[in-house]
Design a protein around this ligand. Sequence first.
Ligand SMILES: Nc1ncnc2c1ncn2[C@@H]1O[C@H](COP(=O)(O)OP(=O)(O)OP(=O)(O)O)[C@@H](O)[C@H]1O
Ligand SMILES: [Mg+2]
Length: 416
Amino acid sequence: MKMVKVILNEGKVIHVYGSALIEVLKGSISIYGKRVKAYEKILLYKYRSYPLVALEESVINLVLPEESYIKEAKDQAIYEWMSTAEEIIKGTHTAIVVVGGVDSGKSSFITLLSNKLIERGFKIAIIDSDIGQADIGPPGFISLGTPEKQIIWLRELKPLSMRFIGDIRPQYYVDKIIREVLNLKNLALHELKTSIVLINTDGWISDPQAIVYKYKFIEAVEPTALVVLGADLKGLFKHFEKMGMKVFELPSPLHAKQRDRDERRKLRSERYASFLKEAPLRKYKLSEVMIDGFQLLQGVDVNSTVYSETGVNVVYASINADTLNIVVQQSISEVEVDKVKKVLGVSKARIYYLGFEKGLYVALTDDKDIDHPGLVDEIDFLNKVIAIYTYFDGRPKVIKFSKIKLSRDYFDQLVE
Ligand SMILES: Nc1ncnc2c1ncn2[C@@H]1O[C@H](COP(=O)(O)OP(=O)(O)OP(=O)(O)O)[C@@H](O)[C@H]1O
Ligand SMILES: [Mg+2]
């Protein structure tokens, strides 16, 4: 542990990298627009960096673990961010979309804007459509939060509504993401009666397809203002001024803490865990719940036919269009598979080994169409019961499967 005391003149900034305990001894500072006053303490999270801006002459005390450090900043980004945030607040905006690449500062700018709006007494909502680095809901979900107090990280918010996409790669779910964002925007503006909704997007911007997607997204969502982060996107979204939108181009922070692939996976794993860890195991009858996104359980059950007509013994079998899906205990010979295919008149076969289902990430849909995260423990094919770890305690209308499988410590892996 290190202890550092810093004196900052009004308007001066220092950057803190990694976790730290900050105590303001005199004056007041702003962290992404959250005001921290004299005698207040605040804990900064790991994996992030923070500009501390002195709102007046201030003395602060920092307690830092060995791996954290502070740096004096020449970076002007935070000042530009703050004045743009003020400008946005003065306008009469109802929806603001923030776009930018990975680590460009999207979540932080939304945090800043949210804090400033709350300070002025606005009732706001935030929609997080970044399914890969989800901050409000768990990964693979689009979620909505309604902050009531100032925060320094979007992860402090509890999701009020969540919609399942079931993947962390936006490129395959463009229309679905847009549809769900629109649903949540309507919920915020018309049902929750918030006056402004802030919409975070994913960091996929590196190829023309990504830009086409972002255009489609913005055209459908119709924000009144668009915030574009990073020099790499300069000019690209100015065209939206033709639609009457205000377009604000802002720099990314120079001193951002870059997160590598492993850190991002770790951040995701913490995110899954905070929604699933220690969740009770609940059982659902497959005959009573709709299944979405999983061909094995969506086909016609042909289990008994397989045995009676071919003598081949499998744990479970179903037919889905031209494909036979079979679950086997250990293995099955190619000859046997061909025999079953022939007798049942299908051209393809897909084999699952018993236990494959453990760790599949799913969502359970309630009667208000809110999706809740769950983790499959097992499917009992004999009694047709599925066991899922979930905090959702109602009766699901639908169980939606994803392309994600989680390990015991909640690290994700994509499955086909
Ligand atoms: N003005 C700033 N000064 C210093 N660090 C900053 C600033 N803004 C953001 N950061 C840091 O930069 C990193 C990236 O910011 P942020 O998470 O907001 O970006 P993002 O675009 O949402 O990234 P992701 O693609 O992971 O969702 C974080 O560590 C954040 O704490
Ligand atoms: Mg983010």
